[in-house]
Design a protein around this ligand. Structure first.
Ligand SMILES: C[S@@+](CC[C@H](N)C(=O)[O-])C[C@H]1O[C@@H](n2cnc3c(N)ncnc32)[C@H](O)[C@@H]1O
Length: 215
């Protein structure tokens, strides 16, 4: 049964990023009790003035717009044509600085050491891919870092949070900090990269950020 559910979810997600991309913001709102983009925007705390930023898998472009608003030079890449369209529409007013590309983050079309900061919120499995990590090492400046918002734990003592914990457990979305830690420790031997998981409390929930620093 679990395998069938995982299979159905895979198809569901794929559609959500492509043919059903128009419904993405609504679905994100539902699965987060309305807080999805509040969570996503917490990533802005990691952005310093003047940082040259790359966002990977920007989806509907909510964070990308905020980063552009800060005045930072920002580049974005997403593999979904539909997501690109939605983001272009959202950013119309800013298109002078717009550098968004349709492409695969496992083969980033940027020069070596091109960015101070790489952001990714709610990335899919690509974030665990060693090829992705190699790309990150390549495009980051020395002392640059990747900040990825990997997941959220519903920690409030409320019916709503119990419900979401149940829902996430059912769909296998439960965030397993231990597993992530394991995975990072395995690759921690990689030269010049430091992996840390940073848990930031936010309104009774916990946001789990992964930091990969290049030194
Ligand atoms: C769960 S959504 C997250 C969107 C947005 N960052 C947010 O927080 O709402 C994942 C996004 O990553 C994109 N994506 C998935 N695999 C990718 C890849 N290999 N290269 C680039 N983008 C990818 C999808 O098209 C989708 O827009």
């Amino acid at each position: 049964l679990h395998k069938i559910l995982v299979f159905i979810l895979k198809i569901f997600y794929s559609n959500l990023y492509h043919s059903f991309a128009w419904s993405y913001d609504f679905v994100a709102w539902i699965v987060s009790s309305g807080e999805w983009f509040d969570w996503v925007k917490q990533t802005l705390a990691f952005v310093s003035k003047g940082d040259k930023v790359l966002e990977i898998g920007f989806g509907t472009g909510v964070l990308f717009k905020e980063v552009t608003n800060l005045g930072n030079q920002a580049f974005g890449i997403d593999e979904s044509r539909q997501m690109i369209q939605i983001t272009r529409r959202r950013l119309k007013a800013f298109d002078r600085n717009l550098k968004i590309t349709q492409g695969n983050c496992l083969a980033l079309p940027y020069k070596n050491e091109a960015f101070d900061l790489v952001l990714s919120t709610f990335p899919t499995e690509f974030v665990f891919n060693l090829e992705f990590q190699a790309q990150i090492r390549r495009v980051l400046n020395k002392n640059g870092k990747l900040v990825a918002l990997l997941g959220v734990t519903f920690n409030r003592k409320s019916f709503v949070d119990s419900f979401y914990r149940f829902l996430y457990a059912l769909t296998g979305q439960n965030f397993n900090v231990e597993f992530i830690g394991e995975n990072w420790r395995k690759v921690n031997g990689e030269e010049n990269l430091r992996f840390t998981v940073k848990d930031i409390p936010f309104k009774g929930r916990i946001l789990h950020f992964l930091l990969i620093e290049k030194f």
